[in-house]
Structure formats: structure tokens, C-alpha cells
Ligand binder design. Structure first.
Ligand SMILES: Cc1cc2nc3c(=O)[nH]c(=O)nc-3n(C[C@H](O)[C@H](O)[C@H](O)COP(=O)(O)O)c2cc1C
Length: 175
């Protein structure tokens, strides 16, 4: 029997969203002020394609995070799509490893614009921060994609119902 109980709307919403499978990314940002040297990366699944012309995406980041602080100050950010075998990277960038030691997990390089990107992931999308919309606990950041790098990995890491998963193609759609 489908649940339509609205007395615990937040709880039901959380359960529903937990069951929605999402592709795992790590978003990186760095402090714009030279010499401060602050950089950070954080695991995020609230990432969506927004527009093709101009190419743009949006990400939703909790206002309480360090990444949020850096994204508000900096000119841009990089969305790194994780490959199916990179659950360790996701775990590191969502708290299992301290912020200072995170970039030792995975093949992280530094681009000319100073942003870190994951060279052995699926793809890295460098974005210019073009709009921010605070909403509730989070802020929506709109990023215009200024550079897109595809790496060797072809399948993304997914997250569903608090577990990491791989995507598996369905051979044929039943008639
Ligand atoms: C699979 C997964 C997806 C996540 N997606 C998001 C997200 O889209 N936005 C967000 O603000 N936090 C997200 N988080 C939570 C942050 O990664 C986590 O809170 C992180 O540790 C932030 O704190 P820190 O970087 O200061 O340690 C996600 C966590 C996991 C494990």
C-alpha cells in the first residue's frame, strides 16, 4: 500500500530521496585570495545539468560546510564525476578522511586555474560561478561550464539507499 502519510512529511521525503539513485561527484573549490591556499573537496550527489546553451549545471551545497564558504568566495568550482570503483574517494570526501588529507585519496592534479581535478575519475567539469540562490539549509550554485575533461573511466559510481552501487544496462526494453 503506497504511503501518503503527511504527518511526517520530512521523514517520508527523506526516505523517498534516499531511494532515488544518484551519480556521485566530488566538488572542489579554492580560495580566490592568493596566498591563503585554502582548498577543499566534498562529496555531492545534488548535481544536475541545467542548460546546454550556455552549458551549465547546478549544485546544491549545505550552508554549514566549508565548501559552501569557499564556493561563495571563489570565482569557480570543479565537479568531478566519480568512476564506479571510486567509493573510497567518495567516503574520504564525505568525512572519513580529514579535509587536509583528502587529496591523497585518488589521482588529484591541479589545473592552471588552481582548482583540483580527479584525473582518474570519469570526468571533470570546470565551472564559473554565475548565480547563487539560498534556499532552506542549502544554496543552489549555478555553474557555467568553461572546460570539460573526459577521463578514461566510462561508468559512474551511484549512491542509492545509503549504499554505493554500479549501474547495469538493461539489454532490451520489454515490449
Ligand atoms: C553520497 C553522498 C552524497 C552527498 N551529497 C551532498 C550534496 O549534494 N550536498 C551537500 O551539501 N552535502 C552532500 N553530502 C554530505 C557531504 O559530503 C558531507 O556532509 C561532507 O562531509 C561535508 O562536510 P566536510 O566537507 O566539511 O567534511 C553527501 C554525502 C554523501 C556520502
Amino acid at each position: 500500500m503506497p504511503s501518503s502519510d503527511t504527518s511526517d512529511l520530512t521523514g517520508v521525503f527523506r526516505t523517498v530521496m534516499r531511494r532515488v539513485a544518484s551519480t556521485v561527484t566530488v566538488i572542489t573549490a579554492a580560495d580566490a585570495k592568493e596566498g591563503l591556499g585554502r582548498e577543499h573537496g566534498m562529496t555531492a550527489t545534488a548535481v544536475s545539468s541545467l542548460s546546454m546553451d550556455p552549458p551549465a549545471l547546478l549544485v546544491c551545497v549545505n550552508q554549514r560546510t566549508l565548501l559552501h564558504d569557499l564556493m561563495l568566495r571563489g570565482p569557480g568550482f570543479c565537479v568531478n564525476v566519480l568512476a564506479h570503483d571510486q567509493s573510497r574517494v567518495s567516503a574520504a570526501f564525505s568525512g572519513s578522511v580529514s579535509p587536509e588529507a583528502r587529496f591523497a585519496v585518488g589521482d588529484w592534479r591541479t589545473a592552471e586555474n588552481g582548482l583540483r581535478f580527479l584525473a582518474d575519475g570519469m570526468a571533470s567539469l570546470f565551472c564559473r560561478n554565475t548565480a547563487t540562490v539560498p534556499y532552506g539549509t542549502h544554496t543552489i550554485f549555478v555553474g557555467e561550464v568553461v572546460e570539460a575533461r573526459q577521463h578514461d573511466a566510462e561508468r559512474p559510481l551511484l549512491y542509492q539507499d545509503t549504499r554505493y552501487c554500479r549501474c547495469e544496462p538493461i539489454d532490451a526494453v520489454p515490449a
